[in-house]
Each structure stands twice: as C-alpha cells, then as structure tokens.
Unconditional design. Structure first.
Length: 241
C-alpha cells in the first residue's frame, strides 16, 4: 500500500454507488499525468468512501490523498486501483482554483482521445471540444433527470447512440445544474456553447470522458466530468444522486 495524491477530475453516479477518478503525480506520455480510478476490493464505491477525513464529499479539483493497495486493470479500465477506504479515508490536501485550475486543464489535454472514445484501449481522457451541444430532461413525476452532451473533437462529432442526442452525463455537479435549470416542474432544455456563455458566463468547457463497465457486450463512452471556465457555483446534492 502507498499513499498517493490524486487531483479529482470526475465524481459521478453509477448503478449502486458512485465513481471517482483523477490524475496522479506520475507522468504519462499520452495523458500527461497518470489516470487513477480508486475502486473497492469488493462491491461499488459508496458515498461514504469518498467522504474525506474532514467530512466533505470529494469534489472535482480537490487534491486528495488515497491509500492505494494494488493495480487491478480490467481492460479497458486499465486505470483501476484497489484502494483502502475503510482504514484510510481520503484526505483533502488542497484545492486547485482560479487561474491554476484553468492552466492545468489547458496543459493536460489527452494527446490521443480516440484510444478511449473509439478504440477503447483505456477508459479515461480529458478533452476540450471544438463545439458542444446538450440537453437536460427532467421528469417531475418520476424524479428522473437525463443529461446529455454531444461534442466535436478533431472535426468528428460524438453524439452517442441514444438517437444522436449526446453522450450521457453522470457528473454530479452538472446534473445538479440541470435540476436548477429546469426547476421542480420538469421539462426539457437544449443548449449550446452560446447559451452557456450567455446564461452562465462560461467561456470554455473541458470534458472528462470515461467508459462504462461492460454492458451488452461492450463499454459505452460517457461524460464523467464537465469543467467550465470560469467555474460554476454549483454544489451537488449528494443526498439525491
């Protein structure tokens, strides 16, 4: 076991629990820094597992210390590391904010994102889309929110397999934004980069793309982190994920 600093770049919902991933301090020729996804030895990571020693649920751009035990690659999820959450709770060391956060995003873009999105050789990458559209849909009766983003990267558009409406977004903060945007009555709202700029003051958007666990014979790309510049003042409702 060794203690490892990780800059959190994804805190998401998944069936039965949550998922967290980020970049460690070791360099990598393609991703700039090594991606790590802390996982439990058995079962899903739970909300309590990603609650720090200080009592706060971890958020994107927290730099936290984790007790990594051993690598457990399950291709394409080659970034998985079994982690001791029980005896060594994550400890937040600092938070990357402001200009330092923006510079980090600019300097750590993936040099071969198709290895994740198309070839599925690995399962995490950080990208900056050339164009972006999306949609929130909230069913007030069931309480179900659907968030999707389509984007263009390297001249190619990635719109998912759900009628081309975009990749599913599991980022907790972005989903909280959707709830705020639509309100309690529900409905749907479509947006593009211009809408984000006019309504929220967003100048740039970076995305963490991840692959789902294997389902129906394959893994599916998802948006597991939405990073706006400047940052959005949105707090995830961890009691409703």
């Amino acid at each position: 076991m060794h203690m490892q600093e990780i800059l959190v770049l994804a805190v998401t919902r998944m069936a039965g629990g949550v998922c967290l991933a980020g970049m460690a301090t070791e360099s990598h020729p393609v991703t700039c820094l090594q991606w790590v996804r802390p996982v439990r030895e058995h079962g899903h990571v739970l909300l309590g597992d990603i609650t720090s020693m200080q009592g706060q649920v971890l958020r994107p751009f927290d730099v936290a210390e984790f007790a990594l035990q051993y690598p457990r690659p399950e291709p394409p999820h080659v970034e998985d590391w079994t982690t001791d959450f029980a005896r060594h709770r994550p400890r937040v060391l600092r938070v990357l904010q402001g200009e330092r956060r923006t510079v980090f995003l600019q300097r750590h873009l993936d040099r071969a994102p198709a290895e994740v999105i198309e070839d599925q050789q690995r399962s995490l990458c950080l990208v900056k889309p050339e164009e972006l559209t999306g949609r929130f849909t909230f069913d007030a009766f069931t309480g179900k929110l659907d968030a999707r983003i389509a984007f263009t990267l390297g001249g190619k558009t990635y719109a998912g397999h759900h009628g081309g409406s975009g990749l599913p977004v599991t980022d907790l903060r972005w989903r909280a934004l959707g709830r705020t945007w639509l309100g309690n009555e529900g409905g749907a709202a479509a947006f593009d980069s211009v809408d984000l700029a006019q309504r929220l003051g967003v100048q740039e958007v970076y995305l963490t793309i991840g692959l789902s666990r294997r389902y129906d014979g394959r893994c599916w790309p998802m948006v597991v982190g939405v990073h706006a510049v400047p940052d959005l003042p949105i707090v995830a409702d961890c009691g409703d994920i």
